[in-house]
Design a protein around this ligand. Structure first.
Ligand code: SF4
Length: 469
């Protein structure tokens, strides 16, 4: 492993960071429910029948916890009590493992991992810095990381996905960027530009202590990274985490490296995750007619958003039984934008193991998102529907009901995909793929027999032959 010593500037920043301990009141696994060890008021989160149906799967091929570990915070339990949709996010269900079809490594991410824990596929880098979250979403598309599954690598070896380590990552960034600079702005072998943006992901980096997060921030800033992103669902699972100590760390970071940008990528799936409900199950409203937020979430959100130098962006998959509801998504987009959060992406679910249980058909996801944006102002309706093809991030641009005159195969209408990003510096951005409609299609292969036009090459994609450095 490479060596790493923080600079004096970094050390001064790190010395200023306070790292309190948090009481998330976690419940991990099904056994606290089955053995009645969970706090009394939490126990009936699962009925006896549900627990019995899950218990018989234990140790079999259909073991739901082996597919994705069960985890819950007290805060999320309280929010989910009145929300069937939130329950579906965190409660294990025997049907999850009825069909275990799906990819072990969605997106063939390991094809683009030059250093353990780092994906360098696009113009930015993504790091796995931790392999758990405060609670676990059943639909998670990092289930292979969170469940610590063994993944086949491109070279045929089989191993769990490793986590990023500061010395190795910083050595890679410096060497990549030095080669780029020496070569006039492009990497001599791959043609890539400077690595200027890095996403801390996992798992959820917000489960790490402030000093661990700060160590990443300082090291990345000193290595010349221009913008840091942090992907988190903690605003939903445990908003108390965004407390004064965390905000003070952000402020000190900004004072120390004022030219480094920061984007907090949050993950709300449903407005029930942050709005207050009355006993009748309806949202409560403020005197001016706006919905009332949960006060803890509102304080956390205000704390972050009030740091005007950073951006907060929401992105979420559309999941069956959770948020395949235009009205819920409309409320969520309105409220988040009103709170100072940009609506970035909605995603069609990936082809993770068991994806058919969670994903809604692609055309249905497009309809839901399109309907949800009727009644939004232009600035509220910025989100796009994205689906991650192995080739790269792709937008579902439009679904038509009418045929294209003269185009055989378009009799039932067409769906148009547009490439947003692909490996390196997105040479295929803007190119489209048009397929004849298939209302049951859940993944790209369901359109294989009806491709009408494919300038982007979604349907003749081949895996890269060697790790891109
Ligand atoms: S918060 Fe994100 S990474 Fe964590 S379990 Fe949910 S979807 Fe997966």
């Amino acid at each position: 492993m490479a060596e790493y010593t923080p600079s004096q500037k970094e050390q001064a920043f790190l010395d200023s960071v306070e790292s309190p301990k948090y009481k998330r009141e976690l419940i991990s696994g099904l056994s606290p429910f089955i053995n009645e060890k969970a706090p009394e008021d939490v126990r009936d989160f699962y009925t006896k029948e549900e627990l019995a149906a899950l218990a018989v799967l234990k140790g079999t091929d259909r073991d739901v916890e082996a597919r994705m570990p069960v985890k819950l915070t007290r805060h999320y339990f309280e929010m989910a009590k009145r929300s069937p949709q939130l329950k579906r996010i965190v409660k294990a269900n025997p049907d999850e493992t009825l069909n275990l079809e799906g990819s072990e490594d969605p997106g063939y991410q390991m094809d683009y991992s030059p250093v353990e824990g780092l994906l360098h596929k696009y113009e930015m880098g993504l790091m796995y810095v931790v392999s758990t979250c405060s609670a676990h979403c059943r639909f998670c598309y990092r289930e292979e990381l969170i469940a610590r599954k063994e993944i086949e690598r491109q070279d045929g070896t089989v191993a769990k996905k490793g986590l990023a380590q500061i010395p190795d990552i910083i050595a890679y960034i410096k060497s990549h960027n030095a080669l780029v600079e020496k070569n006039g702005g492009r990497h001599p072998e791959t043609g890539r530009e400077k690595l200027r943006e890095i996403l801390l992901s996992g798992g959820d980096p917000m489960v790490l202590a402030n000093n661990k997060i700060a160590a990443w921030f300082g090291a990345l800033a000193e290595a010349g990274i221009e913008t840091i992103r942090l992907g988190t669902k903690e605003m939903a699972f445990y908003p108390e985490r965004f407390d004064d100590a965390f905000l003070a760390m952000l402020d000190r970071f900004h004072e120390t490296w004022p030219d480094v940008g920061f984007r907090l990528m949050i993950h709300f799936n449903h407005p029930d995750e942050f709005l207050q409900k009355g006993d009748d199950g309806e949202y409560l409203h403020n005197p001016n007619g706006t919905p009332q937020w949960n006060p803890v979430t509102k304080k956390a959100m205000d704390g972050v958003v009030s740091r005007g130098w950073l951006q907060v962006e929401n992105q979420a998959p559309i999941i069956r039984g959770v948020n395949n509801d235009p009205d819920a998504l409309r409320i969520m987009q309105r409220e988040l934008y009103r709170a100072g959060v940009n609506n970035h992406y909605f995603f069609c679910g990936r082809d993770i193991v068991a994806y058919r249980h969670f994903n809604v058909p692609i055309e249905e996801a497009w309809r839901i998102m399109n309907e949800s944006q009727k009644g939004l102002s232009g600035v509220e309706a910025h989100a796009r529907l994205s689906i991650t093809h192995y080739k790269g991030k792709t937008e579902v641009v439009a679904v038509t009901n009418e045929p294209i005159p003269g185009l055989a195969g378009s009799e039932n209408g067409v769906l148009i995909f547009k490439n947003l990003r692909n490996a390196a510096d997105a040479p295929d951005r803007g190119k489209v793929c048009i397929v004849g409609r298939n209302p049951d299609a859940i993944w790209f292969d369901d359109y294989e027999d009806r491709v009408l036009f494919d300038e982007v090459g979604l349907y003749d994609y081949a895996r890269v032959q060697k790790t891109t450095a």
